[in-house]
Design a protein around this ligand. Structure first.
Ligand code: GDP
Length: 445
């Protein structure tokens, strides 16, 4: 699915091949194309506009991680933003079915795949959660639709409410409720009538059924191939009936995937499931990462950039180590270390990567060295001038007083920090002199 959009985007990103920081112009040029691509994929105009603005802000000036191209970097940013928009705050695959029998109302236009989806979900609840499910068709205008549900029910081993001629949808809903209670069902699903277009009668009927059943979930089934129309349908149903989630069907087709994005951005309703074919198992929980990856068709690139970012951090550590080997270790280096440690959530990580640090680490742990102390030490270094940081040996009493006061701490705290710095600097020098071989020995390698 989504081939159109992904082809378009890969064309755009191929053009961005320079290394370095992403310039304003690079990003603008790429995003103009992204916008066109989104519109062609049937993403609505305001959604495309907001999307592009958000990406623009995130991408401009962002430094390009070494070993990936700017284009690849933009793909990652676009991907992350897609995921951000597509993600709801509820777990999409978990249906609220406590307090049995829990009613689930299925709504949507005729031909959207509503009956098929009802049966798919019933089967899923039965197979995965061991639930007893009862399905009822309320489509009194189309006897064939009622038959269809009964046939699917028999096929998947899920009970359907017996068809009684002459009842209206509300009467059927009441009977389903009673039957579900008496029969000890966990869930009953009401497959409402569909029309080709939304009309007042359809809405009134669905609303009346809703009021009788008081559903735990009202799932709107929409055809994912209908793009912008699907969004309009969703908006209308949600305004009039109130839906708790959307199921996008026919996502197995090669249609324009923009519906997923617009649907989420405009209605704010979470997409819960996607239909991926006609078979009863062809339904999956909606996964924003997966859909975003498919929209872009570039899942590998996202993984690559993530990997490169990790490598970049390792490269930084190596650069630092080179400095240490030369016996260079000032307060800026120390601050870099402390920041890094904080970022990694404590004492693990980079300390462990540096030669000879194991012992120091143990000592620090013994003296109750934790994140709070890390933060205090960083504050002390921040309170120093540039010159002081580069040459901590110039710190005498008056400077020390000023620095400690600036960080809201005592001179004794600063002295401890300075002592730690001296110890570390000494060790760096020693380790550095040993050269690579000595370092390996030190590491026990
Ligand atoms: P309803 O009128 O909304 O109840 O629609 P149906 O459930 O009868 O589905 C209409 C047609 O769409 C049937 O032929 C289904 O097999 C087909 N269909 C439903 N969901 C999907 C899907 O996710 N993918 C594909 N390819 N076909 C589907």
């Amino acid at each position: 699915m989504f081939e159109n959009l992904s082809d378009r985007l890969s064309g755009v990103f191929d053009r961005l091949t320079k290394q370095g920081a992403l310039s304003d112009d690079d990003v603008k040029a790429a995003l103009r194309e992204v916008r066109v691509a989104l519109l062609e994929a049937d993403v609505s105009l305001p959604v495309a506009r907001d999307f592009v603005a958000a990406v623009q802000e995130k991408a401009t000036g962002q430094s390009v991680t070494r070993s990936v191209t700017p284009g690849q970097q933009v793909v990652k940013i676009v991907h992350d933003e897609l995921v951000h928009i597509l993600k709801g705050d509820t777990d999409p695959g978990v249906l609220k079915i406590d307090n049995p029998p829990a009613p689930i109302l299925m709504v949507g236009l005729q031909g959207s795949g509503k009956t098929t989806t009802t049966a798919k979900l019933a089967k899923r609840l039965k197979d995965r959660e061991g639930k007893r499910v009862l399905m009822a068709s309320l489509d009194t205008n189309r006897p064939a639709a009622m038959e269809q549900l009964a046939i699917l029910g028999a096929q998947i081993g899920v009970d359907t409410l017996p068809i009684v001629k002459g009842e209206d949808p509300v009467q059927i809903a009441r009977r389903a409720k009673t039957q579900a209670s008496l029969g000890g069902y966990d869930v009953y699903m009401l497959d409402t009538a569909g029309r080709l277009h939304i009309d007042e009668e359809l809405i009134a009927q669905a609303a009346a059924v809703r009021d009788v059943a008081n559903p735990r979930e009202t799932l709107l089934v929409v055809d994912g191939l209908t793009g912008q129309d699907a969004v309009n349908v969703a908006t209308e149903f949600d305004d009039k009936i109130g839906v708790t989630g959307v199921v996008l069907t026919r996502m197995d087709g090669d249609g324009r995937g923009g519906a997923a994005l617009s649907m989420r951005a405009i209605t704010g309703k979470p997409i819960r499931f996607v239909g991926l074919g006609e078979k009863m198992d062809a339904i999956e929980t909606f996964e924003p990462e997966r859909i975003a990856g498919r929209i872009l068709g570039m899942g590998d690139i996202v993984a690559l950039v993530e990997k490169a970012q990790e490598t970049f951090e390792a490269e930084q550590a190596e650069r630092m180590m080179k400095r240490f080997q030369k016996g260079l270790f000032n307060m800026n280096d120390l601050k870099g270390q402390l920041d890094q440690m904080l970022k990694m959530g404590g004492m693990e990580g980079i300390m462990g990567m540096l030669p000879g640090m194991g012992k120091m680490k143990a000592q620090m742990n013994e003296s109750g060295f934790d994140d709070k102390i890390l933060r205090q030490q960083i504050a002390l270094i921040d309170s120093m001038t540039k010159k002081e940081r580069a040459n901590p040996q110039i710190l005498q009493a008056s400077r020390k007083k000023r620095i400690a006061a600036g960080a809201g701490m005592d001179v004794a705290d600063l002295n401890k920090l300075l002592k730690m710095h001296r110890q570390m600097a000494d060790m760096m020098k020693k380790v550095g002199k040993m050269g690579k071989k000595g370092m390996m020995r030190q590491l026990g390698g």
